[in-house]
Design a protein around this ligand. Structure first.
Ligand code: PHE
Length: 494
């Protein structure tokens, strides 16, 4: 049982220890007997065995004295005072200038200080010493001390330690942990013969599964608590993932997707939707009108119908907006300001067949860029045209969509759009606040009747970026489009 749970390094260490069950093992012992170079392997295996109560670890911390930078130099080249003393003894006339010419400049100053403290005096530029054997003895003691280092703090001479502590970077004190390992009673009972090292399999490959090798092999268990690197692989941009998710939700709810061009006419973008030709939103400051194509031909009977509706309501019973209607205005080329331009064209082409359509696509408005506005953004547009379609159905559809997106709290409020009646604003609760995400309503007769649309049409258009801000928890809409790789890598899967 226990053996099966041991990894190879633990097996090897335990087996080595079972050869001398009463021995207390040092790190060196373990490394030698297990034929390991890396002490981390031994420490890891020992810890693993201790966790399984097979081995006992005794740790002791100790201060060790080691040579510092200058201590190492001295141990290679000899202590400065020793070299000076040799020079003194081998020179007939040990003068200051003689010393200066025999030693490096940086050595002479401290060197003279050292000699003086040892009992060498300087008289009129000549060195002299009363008690040379005492000097030799002191220097020998110092050299003996240095050659015994590294050593445990508790085992070395205190005075000597004080002396060298005062010399810059000669010695350093280091705290070291010593470990020893010994078998516990349970550990000692393990049968050494059972401790066979096995091939452990880290990865399951098709080759492995095809061969028979896996039958006798052991599989390494996953440790989900270990730190690991996140693989840097490609992934969808969060906006793309969000669009995919929205697509799935609408497809699931029985909708079909509509993909259309964003170069459109003012006629379809506005006239068809009964937006008066003098509506402020049509002005240059809101709409991007195109230079090329500046104008796109529209069938004259279609423009005639819109003209009648706008001026007098045509045959719909409406009074229209009055005023003049310009077919030139209708044919102006523009970048669509909403995706409703596409759903209305779809209905014009398919006026009788009940349908549920959606589109997630780009729209353009002359907005100043700020935290919540972009001149290019996306709308999630949809229509339901069928017999008996009503407001309740519209609200339920929107609520269902947002609930599937993870926002169960949705409310609608009265609003105004020239092309719907009634008109709604959709709000979603997020972090305790109601946020406006889009508009909706039932197309007015001024919109549907001239196109021969059979049944009531429920329609909505919602902001995709606004929704993305909720989903991704953003304060600034621009974050979605600045290609910040670090941010992109860390986005959750949507
Ligand atoms: N087109 C509207 C907008 O851009 C949204 C909307 C679509 C409203 C359909 C009502 C019906 O804000």
């Amino acid at each position: 049982m226990v053996v099966a749970s041991l990894v190879n390094t633990e097996r090897r260490m335990l087996k080595a220890m079972l050869a001398k069950p009463d021995h207390t093992w040092s790190l060196g012992d373990i490394l030698a007997h297990c034929e390991w170079q890396d002490q981390a392997v031994a420490v890891g295996a020992g810890q693993g065995l201790a966790d399984k109560k097979l081995v006992r670890i005794i740790e002791s911390t100790e201060t060790e004295v080691r040579l510092g930078k200058n201590g190492l130099l001295a141990s290679d080249n000899g202590l400065l005072e020793a070299r000076l003393w040799d020079w003194y003894n081998s020179t007939d006339n040990p003068t200051m200038s003689g010393l200066q010419s025999s030693f490096e400049k940086f050595e002479t100053g401290p060197g003279i200080g050292l000699l003086k403290k040892l009992g060498v005096v300087l008289n009129a530029g000549v060195f002299a010493c009363d008690n040379p054997s005492s000097v030799t003895e002191q220097i020998n003691d110092r050299q003996a001390f240095l050659s015994a280092i590294p050593a445990k703090l508790s085992e070395i001479d205190g005075n000597m330690l004080e002396h060298f502590k005062n010399r810059r970077e000669f010695i350093e004190l280091v705290y070291v942990t010593h470990r020893t390992w010994s078998l516990t009673k349970t550990g000692a009972k393990i049968d050494a013969a059972s401790l066979v090292e096995t091939t452990t399999i880290n990865e399951i490959t098709p080759e492995l599964l095809q061969s028979d090798e896996w039958k006798n092999a052991e599989f390494r268990a996953f440790d989900v608590t270990l730190e690991s690197n996140t693989p840097r692989t490609g992934r969808s941009h969060p906006m793309q993932s969000l669009i995919e998710r929205i697509r799935h939700i609408f497809l699931e709810m029985g909708f079909s997707e509509l993909v259309e061009d964003y170069v459109q006419t003012a006629g379809w973008n506005m006239d068809a939707l009964f937006i008066p030709q003098d509506h402020p939103a049509r002005e240059m400051q809101d709409t991007f009108y195109l230079e090329n194509p500046q104008s796109i031909d529209l069938p004259s009977d279609l423009m005639q119908t819109w003209s009648e509706i706008h001026q007098s309501g045509g045959e719909t019973g409406s009074t229209g907006w009055g005023g003049d209607f310009s077919t030139q205005t209708s044919q102006k080329g523009l970048l669509r300001t909403h995706t409703t331009v596409n759903t209305i064209q779809y209905l014009a082409e398919n006026p009788e067949q009940a349908c549920r359509m959606f589109t997630v696509d780009r729209v353009f408005r002359k907005e100043a860029i700020d935290r919540t506005h972009l001149p290019e953004f996306h709308q999630i547009e949809g229509i339901i045209m069928e017999e008996g379609a009503n407001l309740q159905m519209l609200v339920t559809t929107l609520k269902t969509f947002y609930a599937k997106m993870g926002y169960p709290e949705v409310r609608v409020r009265p609003a105004y759009f020239p092309y719907t009646e009634p008109s709604l604003e959709i709000e979603v609760k997020w972090r305790g606040k109601w946020l406006e995400l889009g508009g909706a309503g039932i197309f007015r007769p001024e919109v549907t009747e001239p196109l021969g649309i059979k049944h009531p049409v429920l329609a909505w258009g919602m902001g995709l970026e606004r929704l993305a801000m909720l989903v991704l928890g953003l304060d600034d809409i621009r974050q979605l489009y600045i290609s910040d790789l670090e941010w992109l890598r860390n986005q959750p899967l949507i």
